[in-house]
Design a protein around this ligand. Structure first.
Ligand SMILES: Cc1ncc(COP(=O)(O)O)c(C=O)c1O
Length: 369
């Protein structure tokens, strides 16, 4: 678990490659972790609102202001990025030198591991054990941290388990990291999908916190690629200078659309919340009725990570894909091969049908094993 992996990887992300190629083929896509796509037609946009090129260099000022308002921080703390993906890359690239030790939760979103390895970090792990439903535990971080640790990386909500960490635990992790001179990166891309249950962004929990997020998961706006880092101003500057190497500018049309989306975020959130409430009720009924899968009832967020009590989740996923036009994410992509990840944020009629197909495949798996 805690042995560090030193090999520099430059082969991308196995999981992202799978997600871009295999999963999207399914009619009932329970593999997707974000809200169903929000439509351009539902945004109050006129063609005359959009322009292709504008005064956007180290950020487009109106977007900087809108993101700063959303995050509740000064605009100097915000670095706009191409999704949380580039936000994570910028944050790690600014904080980690080749050979530095980075301590990452296990199980983890694989792109975080791949990014740290790509940057030449020595990747070390701390456990979020399945027996505790992957709860974040500061003691596990303390046990795995070494004097060489430069960065601790967590997701909140946790991908894949959806577990919500409380402020006290995150604050404690910040203090543990600080004693070693390390920063804490909290990927909060799922946090807004907890709505009222969401704690404040971790950025305020200590001066060694950096957070990342985007409009992708809770709002269904992945296509805008509107992501951001929140960091103290000196570090944010360092990241802006790295953007000179990574794409230089954001597409201006997307920046203009992002400002409009941020102006209407409450309405977009209300539509996400209503859809999720409906699907969550269906999912919790489904979970309660089945003895062959185990997960806590869903209380927030867009995903769940059940354990298949007996049998092979890879077989389940293959059966679903081949016979039921339905996709899940096999737990092997998250280092937990007895689990699978289910997305809760499809249109309700598709979600209902996807769940029915999941039930039929589970029954078939039991009957044939
Ligand atoms: C933990 C985590 N971070 C980042 C991302 C990427 O998000 P974005 O679309 O904002 O780049 C994902 C997407 O699955 C994710 O699960």
């Amino acid at each position: 678990m805690s042995a560090s992996q030193t090999e520099k990887r430059a082969d991308g992300s196995v999981y992202i490659n799978w997600a871009k190629t295999a999963q999207s083929a399914a009619r009932y896509n329970l593999a997707d972790s974000g809200m169903r796509n929000y439509k351009l037609a539902d945004l109050p946009v006129q063609l005359s609102d959009i322009e292709l090129t504008g005064a956007s260099f180290y950020g487009y000022p109106p977007l900087q202001q809108a993101l700063a308002r959303k995050a509740g921080v000064p605009a100097e703390c915000v670095v706009a990025a191409n999704g949380t993906s580039m936000a994570n890359h910028l944050a790690m690239a600014a904080l980690v030198q080749p050979g530095d030790e980075v301590l990452i939760e296990q199980p983890a979103y694989e792109a975080l591991l791949a990014t740290a390895s790509y940057l030449g970090a020595r990747v070390r792990r701390f456990a979020r054990p399945s027996e505790n439903y992957f709860r974040l535990d500061a003691g596990e971080v303390e046990r795995a941290l070494t004097p060489r640790t430069k960065l601790v990386v967590v997701t909140n909500l946790h991908n894949p388990s959806n577990s919500l960490a409380d402020e006290a635990t995150l604050r404690e992790i910040g203090e543990i990291a600080k004693r070693a001179g390390a920063s804490v990166l909290v990927d909060e891309v799922y946090l807004d999908s907890a709505f009222d249950a969401a704690p404040r962004s971790s950025f305020r929990l200590g001066d060694n916190f950096v957070t990342t997020s985007s409009l992708t998961k809770a709002y269904g706006l992945s296509g805008l690629r509107c992501g951001w880092v929140v960091a103290e101003p000196g570090l944010a500057q360092k990241m802006w200078r790295l953007t000179d190497l990574f794409g230089v500018l954001q597409p201006h049309a997307a920046e203009l659309l992002s400002v409009i989306a941020l102006d209407h975020l409450d309405e977009i959130a209300a539509s996400s919340r209503a859809l999720l409430a409906e699907n969550r009720a269906l999912f919790n009924e489904f979970l309660a009725a089945r003895e062959d899968i185990d997960a806590p009832p869903s209380a927030h967020g867009t995903i769940s990570f059940p354990r298949l009590v007996a049998g092979d989740p890879e077989r389940l996923c293959a059966l679903l894909a081949e016979k039921y036009e339905t996709s899940l994410v096999p737990g092997k992509f998250f280092e937990e091969p007895q689990h699978f990840r289910v997305g809760l944020a499809l249109e309700p009629e598709d979600f209902r049908e996807g769940l029915a197909r999941l039930g039929a495949a589970l029954d078939e798996l039991t009957a044939t094993s």
